[in-house]
Design a protein around this ligand. Structure first.
Ligand SMILES: NC(=O)c1ccc[n+]([C@@H]2O[C@H](COP(=O)([O-])OP(=O)(O)OC[C@H]3O[C@@H](n4cnc5c(N)ncnc54)[C@H](O)[C@@H]3O)[C@@H](O)[C@H]2O)c1
Length: 250
């Protein structure tokens, strides 16, 4: 009944592009069947095609992780297609950069709904299947913002990512008796569409504080997730892995 990466089934939210896509491709290279769960179905389908062209197996599912009915429908599709779930990567998130005084309360609610309620709903819905299997891996995507406070992103985003880091510790204790590890990855600034419209000035504000002097790549962040879902990480749980070029050290 031990956990084995090859041949396992992973659900990666927000895998239609960016870091989530890099995680999905990395998993597919390790012969993991990957569910590309994203609000953007066309993007998710493109990733599935890429994986199939590599000889892998994948499924695109349109889901808004903040909606319980969507998450339940996704779980049904995954279990119908693959019959199991071994890995969950809660990567989907949004990051508006509105200054506090200009942040509408609706935007606050939406950020918390996607970034915090989403992972809660996905884990709650998929955990029963994972428990039955007697082992698995959960990785939640936080941000350096959740540790040091965002320098560009909004207050809501910082609150959501600090929440994800704290949730990881409770989840790690909760899931340990079932052989399921729960870890967090906290990336620093990474070149994706999320940061594509940041101004030169905003980018400079961050880069000058990064000892390695640059943004990370999606693959560098994905590498951390791939370690945490590996068999080698079997004794790692409740950890928050910083991948940030030295921007924040603790
Ligand atoms: N890019 C960075 O600098 C950076 C830094 C720290 C942390 N992160 C975190 O890494 C993760 C991935 O970020 P990215 O940079 O690849 O972002 P991205 O915007 O490029 O990709 C996010 C993906 O999530 C999907 N998504 C958004 N809302 C969704 C919802 N409600 N339901 C389902 N899918 C949804 C989007 O469609 C998109 O495909 C996020 O959790 C983000 O907070 C990113």
């Amino acid at each position: 009944m031990g956990y084995k990466l090859e041949g396992s089934v992973a659900v990666v939210t927000g895998a239609g592009r960016g870091i989530g896509k890099a995680v999905a491709l990395g998993l597919a290279k390790k012969k993991v069947k990957v569910v590309i769960a994203d609000l953007l179905l066309a993007e998710a389908e493109r990733v599935v095609k890429e994986i199939e062209e590599m000889g892998g197996e994948a499924l695109a599912v349109k889901v808004d992780v903040s909606r319980e009915e969507d998450v339940k429908a996704m779980a049904e599709k995954v279990l119908e297609k693959f019959g199991r779930v071994d890995i969950v990567v809660n990567n989907a998130a949004i990051c508006p950069i509105s200054p506090l005084e200009d942040t509408p309360a609706e935007e606050w609610d939406r950020v918390l709904a996607v970034n915090i309620k989403g992972p809660y709903l996905v884990i709650k819905t998929l955990l029963p299947a994972m428990k039955k299997q007697g082992g698995g891996r959960i990785v939640n995507m936080a941000s350096v913002a959740g540790k040091m406070g965002a320098m560009v992103a909004g207050l809501h985003y910082t609150a959501s990512k600090a929440g994800i880091i704290a949730m990881g510790k409770v989840l790690a204790r909760h899931c340990a008796p079932y052989g399921i590890t729960v870890n967090t990855v906290a990336p620093g600034p990474t070149a994706t569409e999320m940061t594509a419209d940041w101004t030169e000035e905003e980018m400079a504000r961050l880069t000058q504080n990064i000892p390695l002097g640059r943004y990370g790549t999606m693959e560098e962040i994905a590498a951390g997730v791939l370690y945490l879902v590996s068999e080698e990480a079997s004794f790692v749980t409740g950890e928050c892995l910083d991948i940030n070029g030295g921007l924040w050290m603790d």
